[in-house]
Design a protein around this ligand. Structure first.
Ligand code: FES
Length: 126
């Protein structure tokens, strides 16, 4: 069973939104919209082991830099490519964010397919 996240139209281009799908007061994953493509990532900076789930955003939904060109980690300033999750600058350069598969339903709802929160290599957005 998939999980409804939000309407795709609720996300403007070059914005991000986090989702507390576990209901523990913390965003487990986030989605960014870049040129009408949606990319989902686990909210866990690869500077540390993903099992530690060290969050990236300094505030709710603040996953991108001011220009909306890169994902930024508030911990130590790592920069990531939004389309790939590759870290291009910072202490984890060369590491990648854990991608989460995101689907869009026929009625325009962003959905998280039935997947574990450890990431999913079966991503249709790649
Ligand atoms: S915790 Fe993300 S760069 Fe250090």
């Amino acid at each position: 069973m998939s999980i409804d996240l939000c309407k795709a139209d609720d996300l403007d281009d070059r914005t991000a939104r986090g989702f507390d799908i576990l209901g523990n007061g913390r965003d487990a994953l986030f989605v960014i919209r870049i040129n009408d493509t949606f990319h989902g990532y686990l909210n866990a900076c690869p500077h540390y082991d993903p099992s530690a789930r060290v969050p990236l955003a300094w505030s709710k939904d603040k996953y991108l830099n001011a220009g909306g060109t890169h994902i930024v980690c508030s911990g130590h300033g790592a920069f990531f490519e939004p389309e790939t999750g590759l870290c291009i600058r910072g202490p984890c350069k060369g590491a990648v964010l854990t991608r989460m598969a995101i689907e869009i339903s026929s009625d325009g709802m962003l959905k998280l397919p039935n997947t574990s929160l450890t990431g999913d290599d079966n991503d249709s957005n790649r």
